[in-house]
Design a protein around this ligand. Structure first.
Ligand SMILES: [Mn+2]
Length: 317
C-alpha cells in the first residue's frame, strides 16, 4: 500500500490494537505510540499491546496507551515487525489476526493481508509521521517526543548512513511542537552506564580482527554478560563496528538454549543482511542478526569465515 491508501484503510476502520517487536527498541515503541495517539486524535479507539520486554525509559512511550490483551474484534497492526519471528512470544497467538504491517525492513517475511513497507525509510517513525500528515492529524507534543525517540533511535541520533532529509524533517516537526527533545538525546546517546563501559572494555580486549582490521568478531560468554544488565548490552554490536578501520563486525552472544545469536553491523558498501541470510537471519544492510544452533566458540569460527568472505569480495559487499 501507499501511505495514502494506508491512511484510507485506517480511516475506514476502528478499535485498533498496535503490536511491537520483541526486544523492543525506540523505533517500535515510539512509532507505535505516536500512531496510537494519532488514531485517537481522529476519534478512534486505539491501544498499544503492552510489551513487557521494554526498558523503563522506553515503556514511558506506552504510558496511558497500552492494554494487556487484544479484544475479539480489534484491528491488529504491527509496527517495525519484519517477520513473525520478531513478535514477542506473548503476541504469537495473535499472528493470524494481524491485519496490517507497517515496516521499513528490506528483508522481511510478509504475514498480513495488507502492508505498508518502505525500505527507504530510516525508521518506522518516518512512515508514521507521513501517515499522520495524510490523516490530517496535527502533531502534538505527546506524539512528537515519541516520534523523535523512534527516528533518533534508528538513525543513531542522525549519525548512521540511513539518515536522510526526511529524518531531519520529522525531527524539525517534532521540535516545532515545543516538545523537550534534549533529555531524550541525553538519555539515549550521551549517557554510558559503568556496565556498558565494562562490556566495551571486554570487547576491546577480546575482539578478533580479520582482513587487516576490516572485519571484527567478538564472542561474549554468558558469564561476562551476566555481570552487566540487559540495558548495558544496548548498542554493543555497534561498538565493535565503530572501532577504526572496521567495515563489518559480528558480535556473538550465548542463548538460553545453548546456541548463539549474532548481531552484524556494517558501513555502506558492506551488507550485514547478506551475511546473516547465510545463517537464516536477516535485517538491514547496516544492521542485521541471526540465530545459530552452534556453541559460542564454533559460531565465532564460522561467522569469522563468513565475514572474511564478505570482505574479500564474496557475498556481503
Ligand atoms: Mn525500526
Amino acid at each position: 500500500m501507499t501511505r495514502n491508501e494506508c491512511a484510507a484503510w485506517l480511516r475506514e476502520r476502528d478499535h485498533f490494537c498496535i503490536l511491537t517487536h520483541r526486544r523492543p527498541d525506540g523505533d517500535t515503541m515510539g512509532s507505535s505510540a505516536a500512531l496510537c495517539l494519532g488514531l485517537r486524535a481522529l476519534g478512534k479507539t486505539a491501544h498499544v499491546l503492552e510489551n513487557r520486554e521494554a526498558s523503563p525509559f522506553l515503556s514511558a512511550c506506552h504510558a496511558g496507551l497500552s492494554k494487556e490483551e487484544a479484544a475479539e474484534g480489534d484491528t491488529l497492526i504491527t509496527v517495525d515487525v519484519a517477520s513473525p519471528g520478531m513478535l514477542p512470544k506473548a503476541f504469537e497467538p495473535l499472528l493470524d489476526r494481524c491485519a496490517l504491517r507497517i515496516d521499513h525492513h528490506g528483508s522481511a517475511t510478509s504475514f498480513t493481508p495488507v502492508e505498508l513497507v518502505d525500505p527507504c525509510a530510516a525508521a518506522c517513525g518516518d512512515i508514521v509521521y507521513d501517515l499522520l500528515l495524510e490523516l490530517g492529524v496535527t502533531l502534538t507534543k505527546e506524539m512528537a517526543w515519541r516520534l523523535y525517540i523512534a527516528v533518533s533511535t534508528d538513525t543513531g541520533c542522525f549519525r548512521y548512513a540511513n539518515t536522510n532529509a526526511h529524518c531531519y524533517t520529522v525531527a524539525a516537526a517534532c521540535a516545532e511542537t515545543g516538545a523537550e527533545l534534549y533529555p531524550i538525546t541525553q538519555e539515549l546517546f550521551d549517557t554510558n552506564t559503568l556496565g556498558k563501559l565494562k562490556m566495551q572494555s571486554y570487547i576491546v580486549e577480546n575482539a578478533r580482527f580479520l582482513c587487516g582490521g576490516k572485519a571484527a568478531v567478538c564472542a561474549i560468554p554468558k558469564a561476562m554478560e551476566e555481570t552487566v544488565t540487559k540495558d548495558d548490552m544496548e548498542g554493543v554490536p555497534g561498538f565493535l563496528r565503530s572501532i577504526e578501520g572496521v567495515k563489518i563486525s559480528a558480535t556473538l552472544r550465548q542463548t538460553e538454549e545453548g546456541g548463539s545469536k549474532m548481531s552484524v553491523r556494517a558501513v555502506p558498501g558492506y551488507d550485514a543482511a547478506a551475511v546473516c541470510a547465510r545463517f537464516g537471519g536477516g535485517g538491514h544492510k547496516g544492521a542485521a542478526g541471526a540465530s545459530l544452533t552452534l556453541s559460542l566458540e564454533d559460531a565465532a569460527e564460522v561467522v569469522a569465515e563468513a565475514l572474511k568472505e564478505a570482505v574479500e569480495g564474496g557475498i556481503g559487499n
